[in-house]
Design a protein around this ligand. Sequence first.
Ligand SMILES: [Zn+2]
Length: 281
Amino acid sequence: MLHIGTAGVPLSTESRDTLAGIAQVRKLGLDAMELEFVRQVYVKHDKDALEICEHAKREKVALSIHAPYFINLNSPDKQTLEESRRRIISCAHVGHIAGARNVVIHSAFYMKMDKEEAYRRIKGQYALLRKELIDKGYDSIILRPELMGKPSQFGDVDALVRLCSEVEGVLPCIDFAHYVALHNGEKNGYDAFCEVMDKVEMLGKEALKDMHIHFSGIEYGDKGERSHLVLDEKPHNNKPIIQWRDMVKAWKDYKIGGIAISESPNIEGDAIKVKKYYDSL
Ligand SMILES: [Zn+2]
């Protein structure tokens, strides 16, 4: 089963509150919401996480977590590495209690480092994280390094699939808009999206049944991602828009399951649009 929903509390929600957001997601006919801890892990108390868990179960809304942006698992600075891991572990702590199994992570910047060297360092950090999750009893949490939209960032499909095959408890977050942007529009459309699915399938058939996806429109150029757009909004520089119907067709044809999150500026509008099209196929 594929759950489709919003990155954060829907815009149409009366209060900016997480519990109200979950109820609104259900009201809109959606069934997933990502908790956006991108600036900070705003759920501070275990009792709040537990309340979110119970509420989401009642509303049958699947939850996931987006970890803070201030993470760089390839930093040369030891303290930054430690703080990055600490932020991810605190997301895992909330996720463990709130029933949000997937923690999405912007892993790292290449810092102009040799790619193989960066890979080795980043993999080392994920292995440390995995060990810490097991020690804390959070081993059901899946770390989800995100497919990133700029060549300066770690996380093209190949690097992610390699990482996920080498470290237990790590699976990719496939951001289709980033995929289009990273390849400057050369990967866009049904075949290009199937290529991604084939690579995810290299992690085992079950990886297709347990996908985590981000989608939106996107503006991009030579250096990759510039900004997220509404799905059908044409980029200002006249680059082709993301072929999102092909993306949804590929999901359907590969019979995927998991969670797909709209990161469009019109979060719920585009989530509903994608869900309607998905259900119509
Ligand atoms: Zn992200």
